[in-house]
Design a protein around this ligand. Structure first.
Ligand SMILES: *[C@@H]1O[C@H](CO)[C@@H](O)[C@H](O)[C@H]1NC(C)=O
Ligand SMILES: *[C@@H]1O[C@H](CO)[C@@H](O)[C@H](O)[C@H]1NC(C)=O
Ligand SMILES: *[C@@H]1O[C@H](CO)[C@@H](O)[C@H](O)[C@H]1NC(C)=O
Length: 662
C-alpha cells in the first residue's frame, strides 16, 4: 500500500529543445538556455533526480504543494566539452540498446540480453520501447519478475514494453489511447494529461523521446503488465477483501455490470472497509440494503476517463457519473479525493483504474437537509433554529427548501433586530420560519421570476439574473444543494419578511414626503400599492431641495408632467443591489422609458446614471424594492442641457438648478 506520493510524481520536468546557440540571458521573463543544446530540467526541492519531459507551456511553481526549481542540463545526445559554454559535443546516434546504455538503464540492458532481445533492439524496428528505470525493476513484484523471465519458454514480459513503430510523445493525442505491443499482441494504455504528464498503464513516463536509430525510447517508473491480466474493475474489487463492504453495495445496486463493461475507461474511487465503518449505522444500512441509495452512492465514486495518480500534480475537479463533482488534490501528505485520502493508488484494470479511499464520498442526494446545513458552516443559523425550537423541522420536514444565511449575514443585522431576535422567542421563530419554505426548489424550477409561498402573506421573490440568483434582496451563495427531502441554499442576508407595500414605505418615511406628494399627485400611488415586482428610486427631500422651486411648483400642478417625472423613478422589475455587477454597468428602462444605468464608482458607491448616489439600498416591500437616491432622475432628453458632472459635483450642497422638462 502506497500512501506517499511516488517520487516520480514529485518531479516534473520541462524540456525546451533549443538547438540554437543563444547565450544565457533573460528576455522579458522568458528564459533562454545558458548555452547551446541545453534543456530545462524541473526538480522538486528535496530530491536529487532530474527529469526531462516534453516541452510544456507552463512551469508549475508548486508540485504537490512542494516548491520546484529549474536548472539546465545537456539535451539528450549532447555532452559538455571542456572550455565550452553549453553542450557542444554531439554524440553519434546508436541503436535502441545503445540508447538504453547511454541512459544508464543497466537493469533493462541486462534483462533484455537475458530475454534474447539484443538482436531485436539492435537491428530490427522501428520500435517504441517503454523502458522501466532501474528503480522500477527493483520495486517490481515477485509475480512481475517471474513474468519477466519465464522458465516455461513463454515470451518475456519485457516484450510488453515494446510496441511497433515510432511513437514519440506528441503522437499520443488522446487522453486514452491503446497500442498493440509485441507481447502476444496485447495492448498497453497511454494517457496524456495536463502539464506534460503522460502514463503507460499508470506508470509515469519520466524521460520521453530518447532517440535511437531504430526507434524511440521512453523511460517509465514502473514495470507494467497486460491489462487483461489485471481483470476489469469489478473483478479487481471482488478479488480484494479490503473492499468487501463495497462489494456488497455493488451487489445491492446492480452496478456490477457497469464496472465490468469494457470500452470507455473509468476511474473508480473505491472506499475501503474502514471507510464504510466511519458512516453512521443508519446510513450504512441504507447503502447496503437499499438499491436506490447504493446506486446513488456508487455512481458518485465513478469518473469517466482514466486518471492515474500521477495525473494529478496540483488539483483537478472531475465530474462523477451522477453529475456530482469530486476534487482531486495532490498534497504533501498524498493524494486526496475531496477530503478522503487515497490509500491504495493505481490499481490498474482492463477498463480503467481504481484508487482505494479511506472515506465514503456521499452525494447530496442521500444526505439530510441538516447534513447539508452542517457542511455549509451556517452555525449561527443552526444555533438560532435550535433556540427557536425549530430544529425538528430541519430533520422532520420533507418537500422543503431552506434558505440559510451565513454567520456574517446574521451578525450584520442591525443590533436592535439582532437583540430582538435573540430575546423574543416569538419574533425569532417567525423570522426563522420565513427561511423554511414549503416545496422543494430544484435547479430546474429556478426559472424567471419565481414567488415562493411562505407561512405568511409575504412571499419570497426569487429572481434569476445573469450572474446569479437573488432571494428577495439576498444573493444566493454557491449552488442550490438538493437531497431527497429538500433543498438548501446559502444566502448572504437574513430574509426579513416585508410588511408594507412600496407606497406605504414611501408614506411612512418622513424623508420621502416630497416624493410621496409627487407620487400621489401623479396618480401612480395605486400602482405602488398593487401586487408586483417594482423597483422605486426614491429621491429624498434633500434631493428635491436642490430643484428650482418655481419650476417644481409648476410641475406639481401638472399631473401629466408629474406622471412622467414619477415614471422615471419606477422600474417594472425588481432589482436588488446584489444584481448590479461589481465592475460593469447595468442598464434598464424605467417605466417612463428612460435608460437607467446602475454602476459602482471606484469607491464602491452605487450610482445611477453616473451622477446620482444611492444613499440607501434594498428596502424590501411586499411588491418590490426601494432605493433612496440623493438627486431626482432627470429626463434623458434633457441630459445635454443639465450641468456638467464636474460642475454639478462642485456646486452640490449649494442650491442649484435643474430644468425639469419631459
Ligand atoms: C536465448 O537464446 C539461446 C540461444 O539461441 C537459447 O539457448 C536460450 O534458451 C534463449 N533464452 C531465452 C530466454 O529465450
Ligand atoms: C420528528 O421525527 C421523529 C422521528 O422521525 C419523531 O420521533 C419526532 O417526534 C418528530 N418531531 C416532531 C416535532 O414532529
Ligand atoms: C411539495 O410542495 C409543493 C408546494 O407546497 C406542492 O405543490 C407539491 O405537490 C409537493 N410535492 C410533493 C411530492 O409532496
Amino acid at each position: 500500500m502506497k500512501t506517499m506520493p511516488s517520487v516520480s510524481r514529485l518531479l516534473l520536468g520541462a524540456c525546451i529543445l533549443l538547438a540554437v546557440s543563444t547565450m544565457g540571458r533573460r528576455n522579458g521573463g522568458t528564459r533562454e538556455p545558458p548555452g547551446p543544446n541545453m534543456c530545462m530540467v524541473q526538480e522538486v526541492y528535496g530530491t536529487g533526480e532530474k527529469f526531462f519531459t516534453h516541452c510544456v507551456a507552463k512551469h508549475l511553481k508548486m508540485i504537490c504543494e512542494r516548491p520546484t526549481f529549474v536548472s539546465w542540463d545537456c539535451c539528450s545526445g549532447y555532452d559538455r566539452e571542456r572550455g565550452q559554454q553549453g553542450c557542444t559535443k554531439e554524440k553519434p546516434l546508436g541503436n535502441l540498446l545503445d540508447t538504453a546504455k547511454e541512459l544508464g538503464l543497466r537493469q533493462f540492458t541486462e534483462r533484455a540480453a537475458m530475454a534474447n532481445l539484443t538482436d531485436l533492439l539492435e537491428n530490427q524496428g522501428a520500435f517504441t520501447v517503454f523502458a522501466p528505470s532501474d528503480t522500477a525493476f527493483r520495486e517490481s513484484t515477485a509475480y512481475e519478475k517471474s513474468l519477466l523471465h519465464p522458465t516455461d519458454g513463454s515470451p518475456s514480459l519485457l516484450l510488453y514494453h515494446i510496441a511497433p513503430g515510432k511513437l514519440s510523445l506528441n503522437t499520443f493525442r488522446n487522453r486514452n489511447q491503446e497500442f498493440v505491443t509485441i507481447y502476444q499482441d496485447k495492448k498497453i494504455r497511454v494517457n496524456k494529461y495536463a502539464y506534460g504528464v503522460a502514463t503507460v498503464n499508470c506508470a509515469r513516463i519520466i524521460r520521453p523521446d530518447e532517440k535511437g536509430t531504430n526507434g524511440v525510447m521512453h523511460v517509465i517508473d514502473k514495470v507494467v503488465k497486460p491489462l487483461e491480466l489485471q481483470g476489469n474493475m469489478a473483478e479487481r474489487i471482488f478479488s480484494d477483501d479490503r473492499y468487501s463492504k463495497f462489494q456488497m453495495a455493488l451487489f445491492v445496486s446492480d452496478m456490477v455490470n457497469q464496472l465490468r463493461q469494457t470500452g470507455k475507461g473509468y476511474t473508480l474511487l473505491a472506499p475501503t472497509n474502514s471507510a464504510f465503518a466511519k458512516l453512521p449505522s443508519e446510513l450504512l444500512d441504507r447503502i447496503l440494503t437499499d438499491a436506490d441509495t447504493a446506486e446513488k452512492v456508487i455512481r458518485h465514486h465513478v469518473v469517466k476517463g482514466v486518471y492515474c495518480g500521477d495525473a494529478i500534480v496540483v488539483s483537478v475537479g472531475l465530474k462523477t457519473l451522477d453529475d456530482g463533482r469530486v476534487l482531486f488534490r495532490c498534497t504533501k501528505q498524498g493524494l486526496l479525493a475531496n477530503n478522503a485520502r487515497v490509500v491504495d493508488q493505481d490499481l490498474v484494470a482492463s477498463n480503467g483504474v481504481i484508487h482505494g479511499i479511506d472515506e465514503v464520498l456521499l452525494p447530496d442526494s442521500v444526505k439530510e437537509p441538516s447534513d447539508l446545513l452542517d457542511e455549509m458552516h451556517v452555525k449561527r443559523f443552526m444555533e438560532l433554529t435550535r433556540r427557536a425550537g425549530l430544529e425538528y423541522r430541519l430533520r422532520n420536514d420533507s418537500n422543503v427548501t431552506i434558505f440559510a444565511p451565513t454567520d456574517e449575514a446574521i451578525n450584520a443585522l442591525p443590533s436592535r433586530a439582532r437583540a430582538a431576535l435573540t430575546n423574543e422567542p416569538l419574533a425569532m421563530s417567525r423570522l426563522l420560519d420565513y427561511h423554511i419554505v414549503k416545496g422543494k426548489l430544484t435547479e430546474n424550477r429556478l426559472i424567471g421570476d419565481l414567488e415562493l409561498d411562505t407561512g405568511i402573506s409575504a412571499k419570497i421573490k426569487v429572481n434569476v439574473f445573469r450572474n446569479g440568483v437573488a432571494i428577495n434582496t439576498a444573493k444566493a451563495l454557491g449552488p442550490l444543494r438538493e437531497c431527497d427531502k429538500g433543498s438548501v441554499q446559502k444566502i448572504n442576508k437574513v430574509l426579513v419578511p416585508p410588511e408594507k407595500t412600496l407606497m406605504e414605505l414611501i408614506g411612512d418615511d418622513r424623508d420621502l414626503s416630497m416624493f410621496k406628494q409627487a407620487v400621489e399627485s401623479s396618480g401612480l400611488s395605486d400602482l405602488l400599492l398593487r401586487e408586483g415586482r417594482f423597483t422605486v428610486l426614491a429621491p429624498t427631500n434633500r434631493a428635491f431641495s436642490y430643484l428650482n422651486q418655481w419650476r417644481l411648483d409648476q410641475m406639481m400642478n401638472n399631473p401629466a408632467r408629474l406622471k412622467k417625472f414619477v415614471g422615471r423613478h419606477i422600474i417594472n422589475r425588481m432589482i436588488a443591489e446584489c444584481e448590479i455587477p461589481a465592475s460593469s454597468t447595468y442598464g434598464i428602462q424605467s417605466r417612463q422609458g428612460d435608460l437607467t444605468v446602475f454602476n459602482y464608482d471606484t469607491r464602491g458607491n452605487l450610482l445611477v446614471n453616473d451622477l446620482i448616489k444611492v444613499t440607501q439600498t434594498d428596502t424590501l416591500a411586499l411588491n418590490g424594492v426601494l432605493h433612496k437616491i440623493d438627486d431626482v432622475m432627470k429626463c434623458s432628453c434633457e441630459r445635454g442641457v443639465t450641468m456638467s458632472p464636474k460642475y454639478q459635483h462642485r456646486t452640490r450642497g449649494r442650491r442649484h438648478y435643474h430644468r425639469l422638462r419631459h
